[in-house]
Write a protein that binds this ligand. Structure first.
Ligand SMILES: *[C@@H]1O[C@H](CO)[C@@H](O)[C@H](O)[C@H]1NC(C)=O
Ligand SMILES: *[C@@H]1O[C@H](CO)[C@@H](O)[C@H](O)[C@H]1NC(C)=O
Ligand SMILES: *[C@@H]1O[C@H](CO)[C@@H](O)[C@H](O)[C@H]1NC(C)=O
Length: 181
């Protein structure tokens, strides 16, 4: 009888000790709380003119023989504004790379961050990694992560050209991001 109690007590003690050992390096908490953030802003992309915000940094030898600019890689640092006007309030920057990734149509591979500078989002960022079919009236891109208020952020953006001239393309972005409390 005494032995049985002892064995049961030891088993419980070992189980508790094992549980505590696991908790010391790993912890799971299911809060089930989801936050949906929607953002609307405009990107001003200026590849030419006196003050370009996009510069070519590499190009394949064969690019000149393509109709799709296949093999061109650009670095960008574009302002993000609240409204479509270039003098509208700046809320962040789009910084990173886009390359011409298709041999048959105009399709970019975008690898960039939206770095926000306004309000509670100051210092938070979203990471975008996606193809961008230039000729589609609406381009959907994947947002695969974030920092600051956007930690664990995932979602998508719908982009639509607002205006286009010889130096600047202005596109509206509607972004939907899910994060967790
Ligand atoms: C481009 O095409 C021309 C004509 O076919 C060819 O002579 C030239 O070598 C090609 N250039 C490159 C860099 O592939
Ligand atoms: C973005 O949102 C605005 C305002 O709700 C809407 O007018 C516009 O059509 C949306 N753009 C896209 C590409 O969904
Ligand atoms: C193109 O549009 C931008 C933004 O609206 C403007 O600042 C620029 O002066 C325009 N350039 C030309 C050549 O029209």
């Amino acid at each position: 009888m005494g032995t049985v109690i002892l064995i049961v007590a030891m088993t419980i003690f070992i189980r508790v000790a094992e549980g505590q050992g696991q908790e010391s390096w790993a912890k799971r908490v299911d809060t089930g709380k989801k936050v949906v953030t929607t953002l609307q802003f405009y990107i001003h992309d200026t590849p030419s003119g006196p003050n370009p915000s996009v510069v070519p940094i590499a190009q394949a030898a064969g690019t000149i023989n393509t109709t799709t600019m296949f093999g061109v890689l650009n670095m960008l640092d574009d302002p993000l504004t609240v409204g479509p006007n270039p003098t509208s309030k700046i809320v962040g920057r789009a910084r990173g790379l886009y390359g011409f990734a298709s041999q048959t149509d105009l399709n970019l591979i975008m690898v960039m961050s939206f770095w926000f500078t306004d309000g509670i989002y100051q210092g938070s960022s979203l990471s975008l990694l996606s193809l961008y079919p230039v000729m589609n009236p609406v381009r959907e891109v994947a947002i695969i992560g974030g920092t600051g208020l956007f930690r664990f952020g995932r979602g998508y953006a719908l982009a639509q050209t607002y205006s286009l001239n010889s130096t600047t393309a202005i596109s509206g972005y509607n972004v939907t991001i899910v994060t967790y409390v």
